[in-house]
Design a protein around this ligand. Structure first.
Ligand SMILES: NC(=O)c1ccc[n+]([C@@H]2O[C@H](COP(=O)([O-])OP(=O)(O)OC[C@H]3O[C@@H](n4cnc5c(N)ncnc54)[C@H](OP(=O)(O)O)[C@@H]3O)[C@@H](O)[C@H]2O)c1
Length: 269
């Protein structure tokens, strides 16, 4: 059995992977959701190397560092540098979670060969992270879309739920196209790539393209949250976020032995 280390086991995605990654070691930064993790600051290179050498994993699934963290770019970029250095010292494979927002939304659908063109700081940090990870040959980079699950509410839905409860106005965009992925499917993909021979970039996203607005309708219905008059459906005209980040998942459907469910496959209300 391959020995795994998951960074960011406390992340939303990590809380789906850790329970199914039999006896994998995992890290957290501020809060351990399972009471068996290793506290680790990804910016601390010596600490990252010490933990990796202590565990000596065959593969590291690197999730820590998202758009919600303080010191975001540093956690992502220094985190990737430290993970690569530590992985090299024990010969571990690195599986890195990247994002569809490395693209500006003008060239969809994006294949694995598409050139990144990020619009914002998070996208730029993820691109830099990808470059660092790709400098280490034994790697897999997953590019994914919005992550949700039907068992544990995602943070985007928590935000909508809170705004609706507090009667704060929110807008769900009718012109942002995404391929939301169920966290269980993405977790299985991470484990398959950590254990398997695939190296390089792989788009892993749900097979259904939906607008943010329709995804909002579906996920709110799933959680039984009523759509009140404070919720507006309108196009995003800000230019701050990519509008169309559709990912071509043909390769993933060949590499993985299970379907990447779309929203209507996973959410039935
Ligand atoms: N959520 C999405 O829709 C989405 C879409 C595309 C890609 N992704 C990528 O998928 C991965 C998981 O995303 P997520 O939304 O599940 O993440 P998340 O819930 O926002 O969690 C972020 C993680 O980073 C950890 N962290 C923050 N600062 C840290 C530091 N200085 N050192 C070490 N760890 C630190 C947090 O630990 P504590 O919680 O313990 O502080 C937590 O485990 C990320 O790489 C993200 O960029 C997410």
């Amino acid at each position: 059995m391959k020995k795994l280390l998951i960074t960011g086991g406390s992340s939303y995605l990590g809380r789906h992977i850790v329970p199914i990654a039999q006896e994998a070691a995992y890290t957290y930064y501020s809060a351990d959701p399972f009471a068996g993790g290793h506290q680790l600051d990804m910016r601390d290179g010596a600490a990252v190397t010490a933990l990796v050498q202590q565990i000596a994993p065959d593969a590291i699934i690197h999730l820590a560092g998202s758009n919600r963290n303080a010191d975001m770019a540093n956690v992502i970029v220094a985190g990737c540098e430290n993970v690569v250095q530590a992985a090299a010292s024990v010969g571990a494979k690195v599986v890195f979670m990247s994002s569809d927002v490395i693209f500006d939304g003008t060239g969809a659908p994006y294949s694995e060969a598409a050139a990144p063109a990020p619009l914002h700081d998070y996208g730029r940090a993820k691109v830099r992270g990808e470059q660092i990870i790709a400098s280490y040959s034994n790697h897999a980079i997953i590019r994914t879309s919005l992550i949700y699950s039907t068992r544990l509410m995602d943070r985007g839905t928590e935000w909508m739920q809170r705004a609706i409860a507090e009667q704060q106005p929110i807008t769900l965009f009718t012109n942002q196209l995404r391929q939301p992925v169920h966290a269980d499917d993405l977790s299985r993909a991470c484990l398959a790539l950590a254990k398997g021979a695939f190296t390089g970039v792989l788009n892993v996203a749900g097979r259904e393209v939906v607008t943010r607005a329709n995804f909002g309708r579906a996920i709110l219905a799933h959680w039984g949250i009523p759509i009140t008059e404070t919720v507006t459906f309108a196009p995003d005209l800000s230019g701050r976020w990519p509008l169309d980040t559709r990912l071509d998942i043909t390769l993933a459907q060949n590499v993985l032995s299970f379907p990447l469910r779309g929203v209507r496959d996973a959410i039935t209300v």
